[in-house]
Design a protein around this ligand. Sequence first.
Ligand code: AMP
Length: 351
Amino acid sequence: MIPPGETIGILGGGQLGRMLAMAAAQLGYRCHIYAPEADSVAAEVSAQFTCAGWDNAAAMARFAADCAVVTYEFENVPVGPLAALGETPLLAHPRALQTAQDRLSEKRFVEGLGGRPAPFASVDMPIDLAKAVARIGAPGILKTRRDGYDGKGQWRISAGTDLAALDLPNVPLIYEGFVTFDAEFSVILCRGADGDIRYWDSAENVHVGGILALSTVPASTAIGAQVAEARALSARVAEALDYVGVLTLEFFATADGPVFNEMAPRVHNSGHWTIEGALTSQFENHVRAICGLPLGDTALAARGVEMKNLIGDDIHDWARILADPCNHLHLYGKAAARPGRKMGHVTRLTL
Ligand code: AMP
C-alpha cells in the first residue's frame, strides 16, 4: 500500500491528469506530472513537473526516482521508453497501453474475449482500401490505427466516395463498417489491486463530429438492457490485462446487442459526471486503486446527472453557466479556445 504523503507520477499533462491530481491531493498525495508540452494544465495543480520528451530516458528515470507509483492519463504514451521507469511500478500495466494504442490489436483482443466490434479490415496502405470496402461494404469509417482521438484521423466512406481521390496519410489504417445504433454508452469500471471490480452507472453518450458532447445518467432503456453484457465483457478485459485502476469501454447499443467501439485504459470524459454525481469519482477511485487502498462506493449520488462538455468557444459562456446555482462548472485552465478543443465541462444533478 502506498500511504498518503507519497508522490504519484502521472504521464501526460492534460485535463485528465489535472482532475486526477486534484483527487490525489484530497487524499493527501503529491503529484509529479511528466509531459512533453510546457503548458500543462495538470502541472498547474501539482507539486512537481518534468517537462521532457517521452524518449528522454534520463529525465524519465529522475521522474521515477521521485515517485512511489506512476500512472498515465494519455493512452498514446510510447511504451518502449517506459523501461526507464525502472523499479517504480507503472499502473495500469503497460500491456493495456499497448493493446489500446492500436485499433486493430484492440479489436482483435476484445473479439478474443467474446466481444463484438463492427466488421473491420486492416488497410496497411491506401491501395488496400478498395478491397476492404468491397468486403465490408459502405457506408463505413476509415481510421488511423494509432494516435486518433476525438474524431481526428477519420474519414467517412459512402457508396459514392471516390476512394482514389482521398488524401490519406501513409500510415496503417483500419476500415470499419458503419454501425446503425440506437445510442452510445460507456462502461467505466475500477479494478483494485486485490481484483475487486466496481462499476459506475453507464452514461448515455452523445457525440457531435466525433467528440463527446453530452453524457446522461440514467441512460435510456435501450442501453439499460445491454449494460450487463457490456459489463461482463469489460470485466473479462480488465482481468485478462490484470488491470489496476479505471478502465473504460465504449459501446454502441444496437438492435443486436452491444457492439464494442473502443477502449481507453484510463479515466474517461464520459465519467466526469462522477465527480459530483457518484459517491466516489472515477478520479478518486483510480488513485485509490493504484495506491492499493480500498475502493470507494460508485453508487449514484443523485436521481440523475447530466454532463455537458464545453468545447472551443463554449467556454466564453462561463458567466451565464455560473448564474444558475445548480451548475457545477469545471474549467481546465487552457489558454486558447481552439475549435474542437475540450476547455471544460458542466455537471447538473437531478436530486
Ligand atoms: P471513435 O474515435 O472511434 O470513438 O469515434 C468517435 C465517434 O464516431 C463514435 O463515438 C461514434 O459516434 C462515431 N463512430 C465511430 N466509429 C463508428 C462506426 N463504426 N459506426 C458508427 N459510428 C461510428
